[in-house]
Design a protein around this ligand. Sequence first.
Ligand code: PMP
Length: 366
Amino acid sequence: MSQLAMQHQALNVGQGFPGFEIDMHLASLVEKHLRAGKNQYAPMPGVIELREQIATKISKLYKTNINPQSEITITAGATQAIFTAVSALIHSGDEVILFAPAYDCYEPAIRLQGALPIWVELKYPEYNIPWATVKAAITSKTKMIIINSPHNPTGKIWSADDMKELEIISEENDLLIISDEVYEHITFDDQKHESIFLYPKLAARSIGVFSFGKTFHATGWKVGYAVASVEIMQEFRKVHQYNVFSVNTPVQYALAEYLMNEEHYQKLPAFYQKLRDNFIDKMSGSNWLFQPAQGAYFQILNYSRISDLPDIDFAKHLVEIHKIATIPVSVFYPFGSEQKLLRICFAKEEATMDRAAEILLNIVPK
Ligand code: PMP
């Protein structure tokens, strides 16, 4: 879609990256550490100053003590953390439960291990977790469940009840969890992010995955981290050592210093809520139907009142004729989807989102 958007010089509110600059203070910290000679390999698990700051942040936010030496590893983005976690813990013949729609990097990692993804569908528009279906999907081969909250592409946030259900099921069936929490700081309407680390029994059997790219508008840096118990982290590092070894040194030092100021991530929910509210205010009362996203920076729009085209065809039509790029939601389903849904990324300047709303509101039903 982004390639098509470029070809047609369309406004790109499809691809999920922030349209804002990083804080120039963070940029100057990277420069400072580059100039100070922090340019050789970092230790395999990451620069200790950064891991210490992460442990402090987790203890403040999620009230649990994480050992920065043995329970945190800095990764080349969340994608590498997920791939490494799956490679370390999943083997041929294992089954892994996933929820559809899903971010695209989970399934290939599972298949590459010779394991089987078992899909549980979340139903539009609430995308609630169908716990009876999850229980029915568990077999003697089930090894892991991958969860993602706040969720890409739906913006759904898991509730405390969901986390308790997950705790019971994973205890009963001795399952591992990968908890993809890259949007941990982007929640709306005072809803709380239910991190895996708020639940000690769950935390003991989980790898939590995080990304500085999402939090600091720096997706191109590809720096994130994985957090897990000593036993799980030992396995994780056995793979990490040989597929990455270590991650960009000056950026790690800069992030360590930058994280001392909590203000940056504390301001994120309000920052994104303003953008979401502005966009949905503009779209309200139109032919586009939606439930406001609960978190992350994506809004699902339903175009069933506007067109009967399948979503991929409709998204192409929007780029070619109306010069706006969105993402058809069927691409987040392994088995496709007949639903008339598009994903909009509202992590863009307000003027860009105003222009997006203007274009969308001018598209009339056939
Ligand atoms: N998980 C989810 C749910 C995402 O949306 C993304 C990025 N789009 C990632 C993981 C990957 O993050 P990173 O860029 O840090 O690899």
